[in-house]
Design a protein. Structure first.
Length: 295
């Protein structure tokens, strides 16, 4: 599918309008993430579609047995384009002032001193080296997740593009029976019900691929017993509910806008439903992934 910047931008602005009307979300956070996503879409529009033959895509026989098409560690970092987006995002955060601007200044100083290497951080993110980013948190004590946020946000457009290329000849509308993304092997971020029948799709936490799964099944441990699968919602969060698995104690949020005139963008749906994460935490439930924005 050809990427249409104008269409994606219109959908984004409609979603941002809805987020700004949500009194439970901090306005400055909404404005910041909207600006970040605009820069990501612009960067995505300038990127060339990867040649599938140049990607280390798994063969179809192994994929049918559950092997991801392009395991996370095989994604390629386009350092030049990623660094350019990183600089744009850093400038955006500087404009916000406060702890974010101070953190960006600290990262610049660390780069100059040789104690922080963004190129290494790009590679460590793809390798899922969470320990590396835990170490970087000390560079920006006022905003401990800043380096991780900048690196993830800078890489996302290229990661999404590679995932789409890897999955091009595969049917993501066929039910996937394994507890990880069919493209990169990562855990799901959020679920969505689509079509009149309420088909269930998951969005990957790493490559953002959306793929179909069974509706009555834990997306993490594959539990199928009805007595172990629960859900709850909140009156002030229409269009969302939380699916809970009592076998693994994990939860995932589900978007259901089928009867609503609302735009669903999974990364921003995750932000919009943030109050449900707080409710789940109070119940002692666990979310196996960070938010779509790395916090």
């Amino acid at each position: 599918m050809t990427f249409d910047l104008a269409s994606e931008s219109r959908r984004l602005e409609k979603k941002v309008k809805a987020l700004r009307a949500n009194v439970s979300l901090p306005g400055p956070l909404v404005d910041l993430l909207a600006a970040v996503r605009r820069l990501q879409l612009e960067a995505r529009a300038e990127m060339a579609v990867p040649v599938v033959a140049q990607l280390s895509v798994e063969d179809k026989a192994r994929h049918l047995q559950g092997a991801p098409l392009l395991p996370r560690e095989r994604f390629v970092v386009d350092t030049a384009r990623t660094a350019a987006l990183y600089d744009g995002l850093a400038a955006l955060l500087e404009e916000r002032g406060g702890a974010l601007a101070e953190g960006v200044a600290r990262l610049r100083a660390a780069e100059a001193a040789g104690t922080y290497d963004r190129s290494e951080a790009f590679a460590r993110y793809v390798a899922d080296d969470q320990g590396h980013f835990a170490g970087l948190a000390g560079l920006t004590p006022g905003a401990p997740r800043l380096a991780a946020f900048l690196v993830q946000a800078s890489l996302d457009p290229a990661i999404e593009l590679q995932a789409e290329a890897a999955a091009r000849d595969n049917d993501l509308d066929a039910t996937w029976a394994h507890g990880h993304c069919p493209v990169c092997g990562s855990l799901p971020l959020i679920a969505r019900l689509r079509e009149k029948e309420g088909l269930r799709y998951l969005t990957c936490s790493f490559c953002h691929t959306e793929y179909r799964v069974r509706r009555l099944q834990c997306p993490f441990c594959q539990e199928e017993r009805a007595e172990k699968l629960e859900y709850f919602d909140a009156d002030d969060e229409p269009g969302f509910h939380v699916n809970v698995c009592r076998s693994c104690n994990n939860y995932i949020k589900t978007v259901d806008f089928r009867k609503m005139d609302r735009v669903s963008l999974p990364l921003l749906d995750d932000l919009e439903s943030l109050p449900l994460d707080l409710l789940a935490a109070r119940q002692g439930l666990t979310r196996p992934t960070l938010s779509a924005w790395g916090f």
